[in-house]
Design a protein. Structure first.
Length: 264
Protein backbone atom coordinates (compact mmCIF):
# COMPACT_ATOMS: atom_id res chain seq x y z
CA UNK A 1 0.00 0.00 0.00
CA UNK A 2 1.16 3.51 -0.75
CA UNK A 3 -0.06 6.84 0.60
CA UNK A 4 -0.38 10.14 -1.22
CA UNK A 5 -1.45 13.64 -0.25
CA UNK A 6 -3.25 15.36 -3.14
CA UNK A 7 -3.62 19.17 -2.83
CA UNK A 8 -6.99 20.68 -3.70
CA UNK A 9 -7.95 24.33 -3.14
CA UNK A 10 -5.77 25.43 -0.20
CA UNK A 11 -6.09 24.32 2.59
CA UNK A 12 -8.22 21.38 1.39
CA UNK A 13 -6.51 18.15 0.38
CA UNK A 14 -7.21 14.50 -0.30
CA UNK A 15 -5.27 11.80 1.58
CA UNK A 16 -4.98 8.54 -0.35
CA UNK A 17 -4.38 4.94 0.77
CA UNK A 18 -3.81 2.90 -2.37
CA UNK A 19 -3.64 -0.83 -2.88
CA UNK A 20 -1.37 -2.33 -5.53
CA UNK A 21 -2.94 -5.05 -7.71
CA UNK A 22 -1.79 -8.59 -6.98
CA UNK A 23 -0.21 -9.83 -10.24
CA UNK A 24 -1.49 -13.33 -9.45
CA UNK A 25 -5.12 -12.15 -9.45
CA UNK A 26 -7.34 -10.98 -12.28
CA UNK A 27 -8.58 -7.84 -10.50
CA UNK A 28 -6.56 -4.86 -11.71
CA UNK A 29 -8.84 -2.02 -10.62
CA UNK A 30 -10.68 -1.40 -7.37
CA UNK A 31 -13.77 0.49 -6.25
CA UNK A 32 -12.97 3.73 -4.45
CA UNK A 33 -14.43 5.38 -1.37
CA UNK A 34 -13.80 8.91 -0.11
CA UNK A 35 -14.25 9.33 3.65
CA UNK A 36 -15.71 12.75 4.45
CA UNK A 37 -15.19 13.05 8.22
CA UNK A 38 -17.13 14.94 10.86
CA UNK A 39 -15.74 17.53 13.23
CA UNK A 40 -18.47 20.15 13.47
CA UNK A 41 -17.11 22.10 10.48
CA UNK A 42 -14.23 23.26 12.72
CA UNK A 43 -11.72 20.41 12.24
CA UNK A 44 -11.49 16.79 11.19
CA UNK A 45 -10.31 13.94 13.45
CA UNK A 46 -7.34 12.78 11.36
CA UNK A 47 -6.58 9.58 13.30
CA UNK A 48 -10.21 8.49 13.09
CA UNK A 49 -10.33 9.40 9.40
CA UNK A 50 -7.27 7.27 8.69
CA UNK A 51 -8.71 4.35 10.69
CA UNK A 52 -11.92 4.52 8.65
CA UNK A 53 -10.00 4.69 5.38
CA UNK A 54 -7.85 1.70 6.30
CA UNK A 55 -10.96 -0.29 7.25
CA UNK A 56 -12.18 0.15 3.68
CA UNK A 57 -8.74 -0.68 2.25
CA UNK A 58 -8.90 -3.98 4.15
CA UNK A 59 -12.21 -4.67 2.41
CA UNK A 60 -10.85 -4.21 -1.09
CA UNK A 61 -11.25 -0.48 -1.77
CA UNK A 62 -8.94 2.32 -2.77
CA UNK A 63 -9.63 4.65 0.12
CA UNK A 64 -9.22 8.37 0.73
CA UNK A 65 -10.19 10.95 3.29
CA UNK A 66 -11.06 14.54 2.46
CA UNK A 67 -9.78 17.50 4.44
CA UNK A 68 -12.35 20.09 3.37
CA UNK A 69 -12.62 23.78 4.30
CA UNK A 70 -13.66 24.73 7.85
CA UNK A 71 -16.01 27.50 8.92
CA UNK A 72 -13.25 29.86 10.10
CA UNK A 73 -11.46 29.63 6.75
CA UNK A 74 -14.25 30.69 4.42
CA UNK A 75 -17.15 32.24 6.38
CA UNK A 76 -19.94 31.67 5.65
CA UNK A 77 -18.62 28.25 4.77
CA UNK A 78 -21.15 26.66 2.45
CA UNK A 79 -21.06 25.74 -0.39
CA UNK A 80 -17.22 25.47 -0.39
CA UNK A 81 -17.03 21.90 1.06
CA UNK A 82 -19.35 20.73 -1.73
CA UNK A 83 -16.82 22.08 -4.22
CA UNK A 84 -14.03 20.34 -2.27
CA UNK A 85 -15.75 16.97 -2.61
CA UNK A 86 -16.38 17.53 -6.30
CA UNK A 87 -12.71 18.41 -6.83
CA UNK A 88 -11.74 15.22 -5.00
CA UNK A 89 -14.01 13.05 -7.16
CA UNK A 90 -12.60 14.73 -10.27
CA UNK A 91 -9.09 13.79 -9.10
CA UNK A 92 -10.12 10.14 -8.72
CA UNK A 93 -11.46 9.95 -12.26
CA UNK A 94 -8.55 11.88 -13.76
CA UNK A 95 -6.07 9.48 -12.12
CA UNK A 96 -8.17 6.32 -12.31
CA UNK A 97 -5.65 4.39 -14.37
CA UNK A 98 -2.63 5.42 -12.30
CA UNK A 99 -4.42 4.73 -8.99
CA UNK A 100 -6.01 1.44 -10.16
CA UNK A 101 -9.55 2.77 -9.68
CA UNK A 102 -12.65 1.62 -11.51
CA UNK A 103 -14.08 5.04 -12.54
CA UNK A 104 -17.62 3.66 -12.46
CA UNK A 105 -17.30 2.65 -8.80
CA UNK A 106 -16.74 5.87 -6.87
CA UNK A 107 -18.48 6.20 -3.49
CA UNK A 108 -18.38 8.82 -0.74
CA UNK A 109 -18.92 8.05 2.95
CA UNK A 110 -19.86 11.03 5.11
CA UNK A 111 -19.90 11.13 8.91
CA UNK A 112 -21.89 13.73 10.86
CA UNK A 113 -21.24 17.07 9.09
CA UNK A 114 -19.35 15.01 6.52
CA UNK A 115 -22.72 13.38 5.90
CA UNK A 116 -24.13 16.86 5.31
CA UNK A 117 -21.49 17.45 2.63
CA UNK A 118 -22.06 14.08 0.96
CA UNK A 119 -25.84 14.37 1.02
CA UNK A 120 -25.68 17.89 -0.44
CA UNK A 121 -23.25 16.68 -3.10
CA UNK A 122 -25.47 13.71 -3.91
CA UNK A 123 -28.15 16.15 -5.02
CA UNK A 124 -25.77 18.62 -6.69
CA UNK A 125 -23.38 16.82 -9.05
CA UNK A 126 -26.14 16.80 -11.68
CA UNK A 127 -26.57 20.59 -11.47
CA UNK A 128 -25.12 23.19 -13.83
CA UNK A 129 -23.98 25.48 -10.99
CA UNK A 130 -21.63 22.84 -9.59
CA UNK A 131 -20.38 21.69 -12.99
CA UNK A 132 -19.62 25.28 -13.97
CA UNK A 133 -17.76 26.00 -10.73
CA UNK A 134 -15.58 22.92 -11.16
CA UNK A 135 -15.25 23.21 -14.96
CA UNK A 136 -16.33 19.58 -15.24
CA UNK A 137 -19.24 17.62 -16.66
CA UNK A 138 -21.69 15.33 -14.89
CA UNK A 139 -19.84 12.16 -15.94
CA UNK A 140 -16.68 13.42 -14.24
CA UNK A 141 -18.45 14.51 -11.06
CA UNK A 142 -20.91 11.63 -10.76
CA UNK A 143 -21.29 9.85 -7.44
CA UNK A 144 -22.00 6.13 -7.83
CA UNK A 145 -22.97 5.45 -4.20
CA UNK A 146 -23.32 7.38 -0.95
CA UNK A 147 -22.92 6.24 2.66
CA UNK A 148 -24.32 8.57 5.32
CA UNK A 149 -23.32 7.89 8.91
CA UNK A 150 -25.31 9.81 11.57
CA UNK A 151 -25.55 12.70 9.07
CA UNK A 152 -26.53 16.29 9.51
CA UNK A 153 -29.19 16.82 6.84
CA UNK A 154 -30.80 20.12 7.81
CA UNK A 155 -28.95 22.79 9.75
CA UNK A 156 -32.29 23.55 11.42
CA UNK A 157 -33.01 19.97 12.58
CA UNK A 158 -31.19 19.95 15.93
CA UNK A 159 -27.60 20.84 15.07
CA UNK A 160 -26.10 23.37 15.46
CA UNK A 161 -27.75 24.99 18.47
CA UNK A 162 -25.72 28.23 18.43
CA UNK A 163 -26.86 31.10 16.19
CA UNK A 164 -23.24 32.22 15.83
CA UNK A 165 -22.18 28.75 14.70
CA UNK A 166 -25.05 28.58 12.25
CA UNK A 167 -24.16 31.96 10.79
CA UNK A 168 -20.54 30.88 10.27
CA UNK A 169 -21.70 27.85 8.27
CA UNK A 170 -24.38 29.34 6.05
CA UNK A 171 -25.79 32.80 5.42
CA UNK A 172 -29.09 31.17 4.44
CA UNK A 173 -29.29 27.83 6.28
CA UNK A 174 -32.56 26.79 4.64
CA UNK A 175 -30.77 26.74 1.28
CA UNK A 176 -28.62 23.83 2.50
CA UNK A 177 -31.29 21.36 3.57
CA UNK A 178 -29.97 18.24 1.86
CA UNK A 179 -33.34 16.49 1.69
CA UNK A 180 -34.51 19.35 -0.53
CA UNK A 181 -31.67 18.57 -2.98
CA UNK A 182 -32.81 14.98 -3.58
CA UNK A 183 -33.75 14.20 -7.18
CA UNK A 184 -34.18 11.02 -9.28
CA UNK A 185 -30.52 11.11 -10.38
CA UNK A 186 -29.13 10.82 -6.84
CA UNK A 187 -26.83 7.89 -6.22
CA UNK A 188 -28.08 4.86 -4.25
CA UNK A 189 -27.65 5.64 -0.58
CA UNK A 190 -26.87 3.68 2.59
CA UNK A 191 -27.79 5.43 5.85
CA UNK A 192 -27.19 4.49 9.46
CA UNK A 193 -27.89 6.37 12.66
CA UNK A 194 -28.69 5.65 16.31
CA UNK A 195 -32.18 6.39 17.59
CA UNK A 196 -30.90 8.19 20.68
CA UNK A 197 -28.09 10.23 19.07
CA UNK A 198 -27.62 13.04 21.56
CA UNK A 199 -26.05 15.59 19.20
CA UNK A 200 -27.50 15.12 15.71
CA UNK A 201 -31.09 13.89 16.08
CA UNK A 202 -32.13 10.86 14.05
CA UNK A 203 -34.80 13.12 12.53
CA UNK A 204 -32.10 14.20 10.08
CA UNK A 205 -31.75 10.73 8.57
CA UNK A 206 -35.51 10.22 8.54
CA UNK A 207 -36.00 13.42 6.54
CA UNK A 208 -33.47 12.27 3.97
CA UNK A 209 -34.96 8.79 3.76
CA UNK A 210 -38.39 10.26 3.11
CA UNK A 211 -36.97 12.32 0.24
CA UNK A 212 -35.14 9.31 -1.25
CA UNK A 213 -38.36 7.33 -1.07
CA UNK A 214 -40.32 10.15 -2.70
CA UNK A 215 -37.99 10.25 -5.69
CA UNK A 216 -37.57 6.44 -5.85
CA UNK A 217 -33.82 6.56 -5.22
CA UNK A 218 -32.58 3.12 -4.05
CA UNK A 219 -31.55 3.07 -0.40
CA UNK A 220 -30.82 0.89 2.61
CA UNK A 221 -31.20 2.19 6.17
CA UNK A 222 -30.28 0.94 9.64
CA UNK A 223 -31.46 2.80 12.74
CA UNK A 224 -29.72 1.21 15.72
CA UNK A 225 -31.41 1.48 19.09
CA UNK A 226 -28.52 3.00 21.07
CA UNK A 227 -25.21 4.76 20.70
CA UNK A 228 -23.72 8.24 21.20
CA UNK A 229 -22.87 10.56 18.35
CA UNK A 230 -19.55 10.14 16.57
CA UNK A 231 -19.32 6.34 16.69
CA UNK A 232 -17.19 5.92 13.54
CA UNK A 233 -16.41 2.17 13.50
CA UNK A 234 -18.31 1.79 16.80
CA UNK A 235 -15.56 -0.47 18.15
CA UNK A 236 -12.54 -0.15 20.43
CA UNK A 237 -10.45 1.35 17.61
CA UNK A 238 -12.53 4.51 17.42
CA UNK A 239 -14.37 4.59 20.78
CA UNK A 240 -13.87 8.03 22.34
CA UNK A 241 -15.60 6.92 25.54
CA UNK A 242 -16.68 3.48 26.85
CA UNK A 243 -20.23 3.85 25.54
CA UNK A 244 -18.90 4.46 22.03
CA UNK A 245 -17.79 0.81 21.82
CA UNK A 246 -21.02 -0.68 20.50
CA UNK A 247 -20.56 -4.19 19.02
CA UNK A 248 -24.10 -4.28 17.64
CA UNK A 249 -23.75 -0.94 15.85
CA UNK A 250 -20.31 -1.98 14.57
CA UNK A 251 -22.07 -4.30 12.13
CA UNK A 252 -22.76 -1.22 10.00
CA UNK A 253 -19.41 -1.56 8.20
CA UNK A 254 -20.02 -5.13 7.05
CA UNK A 255 -23.58 -4.19 6.06
CA UNK A 256 -22.36 -1.18 4.11
CA UNK A 257 -19.60 -3.18 2.42
CA UNK A 258 -22.05 -5.88 1.35
CA UNK A 259 -24.40 -3.17 0.08
CA UNK A 260 -21.61 -1.49 -1.89
CA UNK A 261 -20.61 -4.78 -3.47
CA UNK A 262 -24.21 -5.29 -4.60
CA UNK A 263 -24.69 -1.66 -5.69
CA UNK A 264 -21.49 -0.60 -7.46
Amino acid sequence: MRTLTIPLTEPAYLQAYLREPDPKLTQKRFPAVIIVPGGGYTHIPKAQSETLALAFVARGFQAFFLRYHFNNENPPLLPQPIYDLGAAIRQLRQHAQKWYINPNQVAAAGFSVGGHIVSLYNGSWQRNWLQQNLHSDADTLKLNAAILSYPVIRLTAGWPTSKEKLASIAAQPDKFAADQFVNPQCAPTFIWHTADDNLVPVKNSLLYLAALNQFQVPFEAHIFHHGPHGLALANAQTAWKPDANQPHVAHWLDLATEWLQATL
